[in-house]
Design a protein around this ligand. Sequence first.
Ligand code: PLP
Length: 395
Amino acid sequence: MVRPVAAFDRLGEENAFAVLARASELSAQGHDVINLGIGQPDFRTPEHIVEAAVRALRDGKHGYTDSTGIVELREAVSAHVAGRTGVTIPADRVMIMPGGKVTMFAAIMMFGEPGVDILYPDPGFPIYKSMIDYTGARAIPVPIREENHFAFSAEELLSLITPETRLVILNSPANPTAGVTPRGEINRLVAGLLEHPYAAVLSDEIYDRILYDDAEHVSLLSFPEIRNRVILLNGWSKTYAMTGWRLGWSIWPTALIDRVRKLAVNGWSCVNAPTQYAGIAALEGPQDSVTRMVEEFDRRRRVTVDVLNAVPGVSCVLPTGAFYTFPNITGTGWSAKPLASALLERTGVALIGGPDFGELGEGYLRVSYANSEENIRRGLERVGGFLAEHRAAAH
Ligand code: PLP
């Protein structure tokens, strides 16, 4: 009998992929499935970005690259970050990754071990806790609360830091709640972190350009007092509709960049070359596709929230970032996962139960509006119809 190490038994899952698989299965069987569970933009990657990758292949740019990424791309990231935050980060602190997720993988591997604490948002992206558990570190949930508009509370977060805390994971705008943490709260957090010099910060800012109304994105990079311990996670997946390209970037403190480079050498060598050329075209080319996408998401966001709030027992705050809503379903009498599962199996509407993002996700569903307005309306109509029929039963 083979004997793999126990750490692998502690790895978790991203249930959105399982829901996607089940939705495709039902669809293949002829069911009319409406997917509101999806975590990726339903737009095509803009043509000039696709062209840049095709051109790179035709020009023979398909060999290994530097493990940290081609220098032109790292310089493009550095210029992009300077343009957005006013902070100049040298290109040798930029790491090109095969997707945003790989930065969290690397950062958690770098700080997690038995005996230390890592703080993560709950509800939050499920891979944070999964990877913390893998390393044997203690996973300490930071509650993300509806009454706080799904922003984190600096006071509550700081109260959870101990001398054993090695890493604090932040995510704003957030998945699954779509909460955006305001500047005041981030200022308070940064001030408090000065008392805890051993705690590094992983700031997941992958949704930084998907914002609505007067929401403001405050990058953790913009605080010089903690810049030597902030790892910034970002990438192309959401902003440029490039989830399947597998391309992300991160910014690392000088003291850590060589460690992550070595991890790349040992793991994936480099990101595939044509994809990196596409990344340059995305950052340096026209940005109107991003503006149009966010405008379209904004229209759908309002429709989604209006329709959800009209369903008896459901209440939904108007989110100001990302492309998710996180309706509270406690008034329906249903628990979240049985409801999500019944909705998929009996009405063909795919969405994700809140507990798939952490224990504090109970009582909520994640409804993505990365689908057409027509499908959103049709899907949510089915949800309303199902709940009207099945309200009486206690679940
Ligand atoms: N971080 C958050 C909060 C996400 O929601 C996602 C994707 O859903 C990622 C990171 C990973 O992005 P990528 O597809 O680039 O690995």
